[in-house]
Design a protein around this ligand. Structure first.
Ligand SMILES: NC(=O)c1ccc[n+]([C@@H]2O[C@H](COP(=O)([O-])OP(=O)(O)OC[C@H]3O[C@@H](n4cnc5c(N)ncnc54)[C@H](O)[C@@H]3O)[C@@H](O)[C@H]2O)c1
Length: 256
């Protein structure tokens, strides 16, 4: 299925320099959208823009740390100005935290909350006036299957992902009056740099990867584009009556 996007949809994607965020940005540009890719990783942002080839004129790279409140406000305003308004926001910037609680120090706990929970909040708060001015729009927060069903040695990560799901549900109620829909997408195991760190440094990477696969009814790891399809569906007019949901795109881990 190809998700139809409104002509020249104006989209802002955080975490746009890698993995799921870049897959969303690339698919959107290929389907006629104009996209701002926001990320803290300047070199990767430039590499992503280069990867867009002839479509690069439809994309703007913006270096910003989503935990920096004044910087986020300035970046979102700049994005909306470049785009000529804002129709959709996708919050994909995120970090993993894979260790037992007793080895999770205060800094790691705070950093995980700052990027995965405060970051989306800051982005949403800065984007809402622009979405309202456009007559309504969409926010998609990339949460995780780990926000629906726990994983071992990931208390900080699971807590932030469950929190961002509920954050979006609560926001969807107050944003509805302005025609702004707020949804979450909860990916399973997606082949990205973030996912690879969860097994690559293991003593038995192949065995760990196999055990991860077995958690999923479909028995495989997905490509970032498979998540991007769901994100663009929720961002576009085809999902006009959908708000406050958490859509699992996880090959069937969280339902069984
Ligand atoms: N890959 C998976 O298996 C998986 C599964 C479930 C959920 N997720 C979620 O999907 C989202 C995207 O993950 P991914 O797998 O594409 O990871 P990724 O590491 O490939 O991409 C994440 C991007 O976020 C950026 N980022 C991190 N901290 C930032 C900050 N403070 N400010 C700005 N940018 C920042 C990174 O530079 C990177 O470009 C994350 O929220 C992640 O938790 C991923």
């Amino acid at each position: 299925m190809t998700t139809a996007l409104p002509t020249a949809m104006r989209l802002l994607v955080s975490g746009g320099a890698s993995g799921i965020g870049f897959a969303v940005a690339r698919l959107a540009v290929e389907r006629g959208a104009r996209v701002v890719l926001l990320d803290r990783d300047a070199p990767r942002l430039q590499a992503c823009i280069a990867e867009l080839g002839e479509l690069r004129a439809a994309a703007l790279p913006l270096v910003c740390d989503v935990t920096d409140s004044p910087a986020v406000k300035a970046a979102v305003n700049h994005a909306a100005q470049w785009l000529g308004g804002l129709d959709a926001l996708v919050n994909s910037a995120g970090v993993d935290s894979l260790k037992p609680l007793e080895q999770t120090d205060d800094d790691e706990w705070a950093r995980t909350l700052a990027v995965n929970l405060t970051g989306p909040m800051l982005m949403c708060r800065a984007a809402m006036p622009h979405l309202r001015a456009a007559g309504g729009g969409s926010i998609v927060n990339i949460a995780s299957g780990a926000g629906l069903r726990p994983l071992p040695n990931r208390t900080a990560y699971c807590a932030t992902k469950a929190a961002v799901i509920m954050f979006g549900k609560a926001l969807s109620i107050e944003a509805a009056a302005d025609g702004i829909r707020v949804n979450a997408v909860c990916p399973g195991a997606i082949d990205t740099p973030l996912f690879r760190t969860s097994y690559e440094n293991d003593s038995d990477p192949a065995g760990t990867l196999d055990r991860i696969r077995q958690r999923y009814a479909l028995g495989r790891i997905a490509a970032p584009e498979e998540v991007a399809e769901a994100v663009l569906y929720l961002s576009g007019p085809g999902a006009s009556y959908i708000t406050g949901t958490a859509l699992a795109v996880d090959g069937g881990r969280t339902f069984h």
